[in-house]
Design a binder for this molecule. Structure first.
Ligand SMILES: Cc1cc2nc3c(=O)[nH]c(=O)nc-3n(C[C@H](O)[C@H](O)[C@H](O)COP(=O)(O)OP(=O)(O)OC[C@H]3O[C@@H](n4cnc5c(N)ncnc54)[C@H](O)[C@@H]3O)c2cc1C
Length: 514
């Protein structure tokens, strides 16, 4: 394939002229062309699994064709890092590139960034995904919307705007960007985050934002130079990532409204339930009831925006038997991201966050973001390949003398472990006859419950206090025990003390000797 210059890639190509995968019978169908669908399709193709790929969008990029509204991402990429671009270890410093085997298709994001911020702009992210789709030859039938689903014996039938697709398996990478609102009286008439207009539209206005999550703070920050007054309101206190010391809470880059509030600068952050919202000829009236002390307020404002979150566009999958949770916003999934109630339906991309994993210390995985979901997609594709297409994983042998160094190296710099803490793990199996084998990167939630021979899962955990440290799960004679190793100020887990502890934890496993 000819090399593409990043600057020559159109931000929003209309790829609908090329229409591969017409309606018909396929073994596997992938739905969605955001980062989740592109990444899943890439790994399936890499494993030789033919599939139809369709998307409602006119081109690649998914949600990043539109969001974030105020244009810069939440996820960073450091163009300069301790490791060379296109290496596996560099992935820890680049949250936004999709993964590929071929060096020329890796680390595409830093090649495109403008150097103004470590957070790429939305158009840069869209270009990054478009470039990936082009360079890796993703063949997507764009402009094809899946509209309904039914069973026909062993096959699923997807009705689409182009006709019917039949498949034994479906991977839904349909995102979680469908506007969602709570049942607050009057909120139906309120525009959602997704309907926010150009910032200039809010010049000199009093803006009331329902919701104190990242999307609410993103709008507040974008409107600081425009709005006359901004109120952010929800029942619970805003959590800040710098306080939770994790990605839970408002990200540091959206904290300016918080500081302006603390300094008394015309930004008000209320902890209050919204009882009802009324539309009036010259604006809106919002009735609030304080939840954490203070007065109940009635506020007259010019604009109300519901920054109340998003759900997945699951369509009629519930009628097919797909169990959901979180008010129907997400499907209930197995550790391999398969519907727990309708086998054969898999989920990739941000929707893979529906499999919460162990959520140790209350810290969620990064499956909702690109840097986590891209690894889930590879594990998912390998799982599908193993379960349904007779693929045999490589399982290379690891010499006994290298086991400790290998596991500690993975804990110190393995990007899968760093991005998916207490979620994905490097697994080694120990068997008298087969020796010590590298089973690859697999879901920790699967490992802790799976039957099997002696094995070790190395992962990284993140405590509620923000400490990052290696965690080792050892399965001996069917019983799994968890051991936590010390942290390190420079996050180097290859010290003599770590080696000593790990040697002792592994001692007695078949084939292991230090
Ligand atoms: C406001 C906001 C900001 C975010 N910012 C970041 C960020 O900065 N960094 C980050 O890593 N993550 C961010 N996220 C999380 C983000 O959603 C994911 O990281 C990523 O975009 C999800 O990719 P995806 O492929 O799973 O879904 P999406 O990008 O949403 O793509 C879904 C795809 O499915 C297709 N589709 C949906 N329904 C149908 C249908 N019925 N028929 C056919 N096709 C369909 C769509 O057309 C689209 O192509 C943000 C989320 C939101 C809501």
């Amino acid at each position: 394939m000819a090399e593409l210059n990043p600057s020559q890639v159109a931000a929003s190509p209309d790829a609908s002229a090329e229409r591969p995968h017409p309606p018909g019978d396929y073994d596997l169908v992938v739905v969605g062309s955001g980062p989740g669908g592109l990444q899943a399709s890439y790994w399936l193709s890499h494993l030789g699994i033919a599939h139809a790929h369709l998307s409602a969008d006119p081109g690649p990029g998914g949600m990043f064709r539109r969001f974030p509204i105020f244009q810069r991402l939440l996820s960073w990429t450091r163009p300069y890092a301790p490791y060379e671009r296109a290496t596996r270890y560099y992935e820890s410093y680049d949250w936004n590139s999709l993964l590929a085997e071929e060096p020329e298709n890796r680390s595409l994001m830093p090649e495109i960034m403008d150097g103004i911020s470590e957070f790429p702009s939305r158009p840069e992210m869209e270009r990054n995904l478009t470039l990936f789709a082009q360079k890796t030859g993703r063949a997507v039938r764009y402009g094809t919307r899946w509209t309904a689903t039914r069973r026909d014996g062993e096959r699923f039938v997807l009705e689409t705007t182009d006709g019917e697709y039949r498949a034994r398996h479906v991977v839904f990478a349909i995102g979680a960007a469908e506007p969602w609102k709570p049942s607050t009286p009057g909120i139906e008439a309120v525009p959602h985050y997704a309907d926010t207009g150009p910032a200039g539209e809010y010049a000199g206005k009093r803006v009331f934002l329902v919701g104190k999550m990242n999307s609410g703070f993103e709008l507040a920050e974008g409107l600081l130079p425009w709005a006359r007054q901004i109120v952010l309101c929800s029942p619970r206190d805003a959590k800040l990532s710098v306080v939770t010391r994790s990605l839970v809470g408002i990200r540091a880059r959206y904290l300016q409204p918080y500081e302006d509030h603390a300094l008394g600068g015309g930004i008000y952050i209320l902890n209050a339930a919204i009882e009802r919202i009324e539309k009036h000829p010259d604006g809106w009236r919002v009735f609030t009831r304080a939840t954490l002390g203070g007065a109940d307020l009635t506020l007259d404002v010019d604009v109300v925006i519901a920054a109340t979150g998003f759900g997945s566009p699951l369509g009629d999958l519930g009628d097919l038997g797909v169990a959901t949770f979180n008010q129907g916003k997400l499907p209930v999934l197995t550790p391999y991201w398969e519907s727990a109630s309708v086998p054969g339906l898999y989920f990739a991309g941000t929707i893979s966050q529906a499999m919460a994993g162990l959520k140790k210390h209350g810290v969620p995985s990064n499956s909702g973001a690109v840097q986590g979901a891209r690894y889930n997609a590879r594990v998912l594709a390998e799982h599908i390949a193993r379960e349904h297409y007779g693929w045999t994983p490589p399982r290379p042998e690891v010499p006994a003398t290298e086991v400790v160094s290998y596991l500690l190296s993975e804990a110190t710099r393995g990007p899968e472990l760093w991005h998916q803490r207490s979620y994905l793990a490097r697994i080694l199996s120990f068997d008298e006859h087969e020796g010590i084998r590298d089973e690859g990167i697999l879901p920790l939630a699967w490992f802790v419950d799976a039957p099997g021979g002696d094995a070790v899962a190395m992962t990284i955990e993140h405590t509620a206090e923000g400490e990052i440290r290696p965690a080792v799960y050892v399965r001996r004679e069917g019983k799994v025990e968890e051991h936590v190793m010390p942290s390190d100020p420079l996050l180097d887990f290859e010290s003599g003390e770590h080696r000593k502890q790990l040697r002792s934890l592994l001692s007695g496993l078949p084939g292991f000797h230090a």
